[in-house]
Design a binder for this molecule. Structure first.
Ligand code: P6P
Length: 338
């Protein structure tokens, strides 16, 4: 008798972790896993069909939209709209939030924010990419269209978040506030199977992840932390290892498993940081805190930031507690100087 536990079975088992929801989470997450399987199939053959490369359009971020970005966005949006639990979505690929019109959607309790294909510029060079999602209860009245306020809630209000990583194997990792659980996709049976129950990040880490090409533009405190990571000191196992893939989900997933710190500071080019608060930093922060780590903007918890606009960016630091604490010391000693 196989001891395989599928995503669906696990969610039902843990149903009571998702307050006041009779089966809604399982249906919501199964729609996400369905869309993930479709995106996974297209990514795995992207090199064979004309689906890599740019569509010639730009998204609101001013980034060239890759064909798979659009494919992923449309598939996740359709999968979520087809279920009765979601009244609207916000997406990195959509200029405005989308309120679903059908009655069964307007009677729904939840909104989903997502980056449908993060790191998609890496697809053409066969580097892992990911989908990131965040689930909130709506604030606006049930039975009405979703409103902007539903999407501008602080990360502490998330009821669930997760990511899909399309890597050497495809995994779905999520939390509902009761630990972080990872499921590996078995394409031969088309099912996500539990492979990493209760994922926790080591309290100490020895990997730092940052795009050092931007070193000259970093705040002084971050520059001093990078030099700290590079100094030889056997007692603290430095120099640390530098690992940076340039795909948030991949860098995050590796550090979650092995310990480490990911840094995307503000720079002169991105004075507010590059990563988006609502559909990159908050969902990742929820997972990291549930895994026993930290996620901040260099000063405060990411999840306590009150959002002001859909696509706002923030400086983002997340990882093992001891590494985040050390970084904060350097930032405190060297207030924002470049
Ligand atoms: P840079 C991908 O475009 C992304 O949003 C994240 O996945 C990744 O962590 C970051 O940008 C990489 O940015 O400036 O180092 O190329």
């Amino acid at each position: 008798m196989s001891n395989l536990r599928t995503l669906g079975e696990f969610i039902v088992e843990k149903q009571n972790d998702f307050p006041a929801a009779s089966g809604e989470l399982s249906s919501l997450l199964s729609s996400i896993s369905l869309a993930a399987k479709l995106v996974n199939r297209e990514i795995n053959k992207a090199g064979l069909v004309d689906i890599t490369g740019a569509v010639g359009a730009e998204n609101i971020q001013g980034e060239a939209q890759q064909k798979l970005d659009v494919f992923a966005n449309d598939n996740f949006k359709a999968a979520l709209e087809a279920r009765d639990q979601v009244c609207g979505i916000a997406s990195e690929e959509e200029d405005q939030a989308v309120s679903f019109d059908k009655e069964q959607n307007q009677n729904a309790k939840y909104v989903v924010l997502m980056d449908p294909l993060d790191g998609s510029s890496n697809i053409d060079v066969n580097v892992s990419v990911g989908t990131i999602f965040s689930i909130y209860r709506r604030i606006s009245p049930i039975g009405s269209p979703a409103q902007e306020e539903d999407f501008l809630q602080p990360g502490t209000e998330q009821v669930a978040s997760g990511y899909v990583i399309y890597g050497s194997s495809t995994m779905l990792v999520y939390t509902t506030g009761a630990g972080v659980h990872g499921f590996t996709y078995d394409p031969s049976i088309g099912v996500f199977c539990l492979s990493h129950e209760n994922m926790t990040i080591p309290q100490d880490g020895f990997i730092y992840s940052i795009n050092e090409g931007n070193y000259a533009k970093f705040p002084l405190g971050v520059k001093k932390y990078i030099k700290y990571c590079q100094v030889e000191d056997t007692e603290t196992q430095r120099p640390y290892t530098s690992r940076y893939i340039g795909s948030l989900v991949s860098d995050f997933h590796r550090n979650l498993l092995m310990g480490g710190i990911f840094l995307y500071p503000s720079t002169r080019s991105y004075p507010k940081g590059k990563l988006r608060l609502l559909y990159e930093c908050n969902p990742i922060a929820f997972l990291m805190e549930q895994a026993g780590g930290k996620a901040t903007d260099g000063v405060q918890r990411i999840m306590e930031i009150k959002p002001t606009e859909l696509h706002q960016r923030v400086p983002f630091f997340t990882g093992s507690n001891s590494m985040i604490d050390t970084l904060h010391e350097f930032i405190k000693q060297n207030p924002d100087e470049y």
